[in-house]
Design a binder for this molecule. Structure first.
Ligand SMILES: Nc1ncnc2c1ncn2[C@@H]1O[C@H](COP(=O)(O)OP(=O)(O)O)[C@@H](O)[C@H]1O
Ligand SMILES: [Mg+2]
Ligand SMILES: [Zn+2]
Length: 371
């Protein structure tokens, strides 16, 4: 069975979510039939770089676009002609995808030169997609530079990378560059909902939210996790299933213990902590999430305008919870964050990771209570 993230790879620009500027610019180029010879697509994983590279490949070779000017004006590939279908299924010989992370040897550079030097076999344009391009060797970049200086008319070179700053300027300056953004939690939830609907996957709202929030802006991570959870075959995916799979507690539990801490309620804090340990959650992960929660609370207390910046990372009702906690956050709580950071570095080497964490809570809550 096709993995969800493959099955739901956008086949049109309109389906590429959260990358408005990239989409707008490329659609316009497609309408006017003015693609560049080389592109550099950069940004976090799972945000649409490979997807966009394939869309460019289709725009360059779509037979319907070639024949039908009215259709061309849409700025989209048709997805029904042979070229589009071949590219969608990954069978197109003239679309060469190389993963630079696993092909770093001298043979590959020779290969690369050969591929660029030979005209396309079937298509109008030969598309050369180099993934993780920052991993290329110096020799490979030099070979590429030659191509970029005198690109054969039939070649479109697309570099994709998560680390644009590692691409030599001699290369990047000869490409058209697009920056892909981390995607907002809301957009991820929206797409997951659509997928769940089509696949008839039953999943609770809280479970969806945790999947989306833990994906850190990556559609692929979210879709893969949904896939994994679905393959367990339970009737309905519940929050607990996601929590167990991730070894990570959901927002509500996190918010609950943060509340106890901010109210200096040591009893309930320790109780909740022990509860979390009993359920087998990864305590280091939990501590990291708790630190992140409190850090956001602190930031909101001292700079309420950061609200805007957090909107992409959090759902609205979660953000409201944080804002409420920011109101009871006191200067002394900064120390709590510090102590937790300390505990975090200790617990990774401790045989009983809960102990540094408990000590941290006792220490900092006792102190805060005094002031
Ligand atoms: N902008 C996006 N809009 C909708 N789905 C996306 C987007 N970006 C990624 N995806 C989903 O994630 C999968 C992987 O995306 P991909 O383009 O390969 O990411 P990467 O940026 O790592 O190359 C796609 O098949 C698709 O299901
Ligand atoms: Mg990719
Ligand atoms: Zn087509």
């Amino acid at each position: 069975m096709l993995a969800i993230y493959r099955k739901y790879r956008p086949t049109t620009f309109d389906d590429v979510l959260g990358q408005d500027l990239v989409v707008k610019t490329l659609k316009e180029a497609a309408r006017r039939d003015r693609l560049a010879h080389a592109y550099l697509l950069s940004g976090p994983r799972g945000t649409g770089k490979t997807t966009t590279a394939r869309l460019i490949a289709k725009i360059a070779n779509c037979e319907t676009r070639e024949k039908d000017a009215a259709f061309r004006a849409k700025g989209e590939p048709c997805n029904v002609c042979n070229a589009c279908k071949d590219i969608n299924s990954g069978r197109a010989i003239d679309v060469v995808e190389i993963d630079a992370a696993s092909n770093r040897g001298i043979d590959d550079i020779r290969n690369l030169k050969e591929i660029v030097a030979t005209a396309p076999g079937f298509f109008k344009q030969k598309i050369f997609i180099i993934d993780e391009a920052h991993m290329l060797t110096k020799e490979a970049f030099n070979a590429l530079l030659k191509t970029l200086e005198e690109p054969p008319p039939y070649v479109i070179l697309i570099l994709a990378t998560t680390e644009a700053e590692k691409i030599p300027a001699t290369i990047s300056s000869r490409t058209q560059q697009f920056y892909f953004k981390r995607v907002s939690v809301d957009k991820i939830i929206g797409k997951l909902k659509d997928i769940a609907g089509t696949e008839k996957i039953r999943i609770s709202a809280e479970a969806l939210e945790l999947i989306a929030a833990s994906a850190e802006g990556s559609f692929r991570d979210a879709e893969s996790l949904l896939d994994q959870l679905h393959s367990f075959g339970s009737e309905e995916i519940k929050l607990e299933d996601v929590e167990i799979t991730l070894g990570k507690v959901g927002f509500d539990k996190l918010s609950q213990i943060a509340g106890f801490l901010l109210e200096n309620n040591l009893d309930r804090s320790l109780e909740t902590l022990s509860d979390i340990e009993d359920h087998g959650f990864n305590l280091a992960q939990f501590t990291k999430d708790l630190i992140q929660y409190l850090r956001r609370t602190a930031v909101l207390k001292y700079n309420p305008e950061m609200n805007e910046a957090f909107k992409g990372e959090l759902m609205n009702e979660h953000l409201e919870k944080l804002v409420a906690h920011a109101r009871i956050f006191k200067d002394g709580h900064v120390n709590l964050i510090k102590t937790l950071i300390n505990a975090y570095s200790q617990m990774r080497y401790s045989e009983f990771p809960i102990i540094p964490l408990e000590v941290a809570l006792v220490e900092s809550l006792k102190n805060t209570n005094k002031h």
